[in-house]
Design a binder for this molecule. Structure first.
Ligand code: ZN
Length: 310
C-alpha cells in the first residue's frame, strides 16, 4: 500500500519574464531554486521557485511562453495554488500585499483555516493559507520577507471539475489520498504522509465553461513518489483505472510519468530524488542557467535565444 506523500511540484505558464520573476522572487519572496530550459522546448525558460532547496512539496515551476494567448479559467483545470504561511503571519502578508498595491480577497475561513486569494501578474490564481502546523517548519529568508513570515511551501491546490467522482477515485486509488469532508462546493482530500502540500480540493462550479490553457493557467500537478518502485506502482494503478500513462521520462531533477485524469487535468508522478542540488550546491541554487547533459553542447545558442529575467 502506498502512503501518499502529497504534491511534488506544480507547473504553470507565465508570460513577460521580468514582471514574473519580480513577483515570485521578490513580492512572494520564494527562493529561485533553478533556472533551466523547458526540456521539450529548449528555446524557452523553465523556472523553479521553492523553499530553501526546493524540497518536494514546495516547488512551483513555470514555462515562460510569452507568445501564448492568455488562458481562460474553467472546468478541467488545476486552478488555485495555495501556499502555506504560519497562522501568526496572516496580518503581515495582508499588510505587505496592501503596501505593494497587490489586489487580494478578504480573509475567508475554509476547513478551519483562513485563506486570502490573489493572482500573479499573468492572472494565475493563488492563495495564502494560514496553515495549522506551518510555523513548525523553520523559515527561510531571501531578504525580502523575514524568515518567520516566509511561505513554507504548498498548502495544496484546487482542481475545478465537472464531476468529482472519477477524479476522487484517481486521488484515492492511484495516490492514496483520503476524503476529508465537504464545504459548500468543495470536496477535500488529504495526503497522510506529509505535513504540508497535502490538500487537494475538488471544486464544482455549475455552469462554468471549459478552461483553455494559456498564460496564467496551470499546466500540471505532480504527485510525489518516494522512488522508482513507488512510481511504477502508481503508474500500474493508473493503467488499471483505464487511464493512459506515459513511460517514465527523465526530468534530470526527478523522473516522471504523466497521465490525464478523467476530468481532463494533466497529472504527473515525480520521484523525490535526486532533487535540485544534483547539479548546483545548495547556496548557489538558481543563480545561473543549468542545462541537462543532452543540451550542454548547445549552451551558447540556447543562452542567446532566452529573454532576460532581471
Ligand atoms: Zn512537472
Amino acid at each position: 500500500m502506498i502512503k501518499s506523500a502529497g504534491i511534488h511540484h506544480i507547473t504553470a505558464i507565465a508570460g513577460e519574464p521580468k514582471r514574473h520573476v519580480a513577483f515570485y522572487a521578490r513580492t512572494l519572496a520564494l527562493r529561485f531554486v533553478k533556472r533551466t530550459v523547458n526540456f521539450d522546448d529548449p528555446g524557452s525558460w523553465h523556472l523553479y521557485y521553492g523553499y530553501e532547496v526546493g524540497t518536494p512539496g514546495t516547488a512551483l515551476t513555470f514555462c515562460i511562453w510569452n507568445r501564448l494567448p492568455k488562458g481562460r479559467h474553467g472546468a478541467g483545470e488545476s486552478q488555485q495554488v495555495a501556499f502555506a504561511i504560519p497562522e501568526s503571519s496572516l496580518d503581515y502578508w495582508i499588510k505587505r500585499l496592501d503596501r505593494l498595491g497587490i489586489a487580494h480577497g478578504a480573509p475567508a475561513k475554509r476547513f478551519g483555516e483562513t485563506a486570502v486569494a490573489l493572482q500573479d501578474p499573468d492572472g494565475l490564481k493563488l492563495e495564502l493559507v494560514a496553515a495549522t502546523g506551518a510555523d513548525a517548519i523553520p523559515g527561510w529568508s531571501n531578504g525580502d520577507v523575514p524568515a518567520e513570515h516566509a511561505i513554507r511551501g504548498f498548502h495544496g491546490i484546487t482542481l475545478e471539475v465537472r464531476d468529482p467522482a472519477p477524479t476522487a477515485r484517481v486521488l484515492a486509488e492511484v495516490f492514496g489520498f483520503k476524503p476529508a469532508g465537504t464545504e459548500y462546493n468543495r470536496h477535500r482530500f488529504l495526503a497522510e504522509g506529509s505535513e504540508l502540500a497535502r490538500a487537494i480540493d475538488l471544486r464544482i462550479t455549475p455552469g462554468l465553461g471549459r478552461h483553455a490553457q494559456g498564460l496564467g493557467t496551470n499546466h500540471h500537478v505532480a504527485f510525489r513518489a518516494g522512488n522508482d518502485a513507488e512510481e511504477m506502482e502508481m503508474r500500474r494503478r493508473a493503467l488499471a483505472l483505464g487511464l493512459s500513462a506515459t513511460e517514465q521520462v527523465s526530468r534530470n531533477y526527478f523522473r516522471s510519468v504523466y497521465f490525464r485524469e478523467p476530468g481532463g487535468i494533466l497529472f504527473e508522478i515525480a520521484t523525490d530524488d535526486p532533487g535540485f542540488t544534483l547539479d548546483e550546491p545548495k547556496e548557489k541554487l538558481g543563480s545561473k542557467l543549468m542545462l541537462p547533459p543532452w543540451y550542454e553542447p548547445d549552451r551558447a545558442k540556447i543562452e542567446a535565444s532566452l529573454p532576460a529575467l532581471e
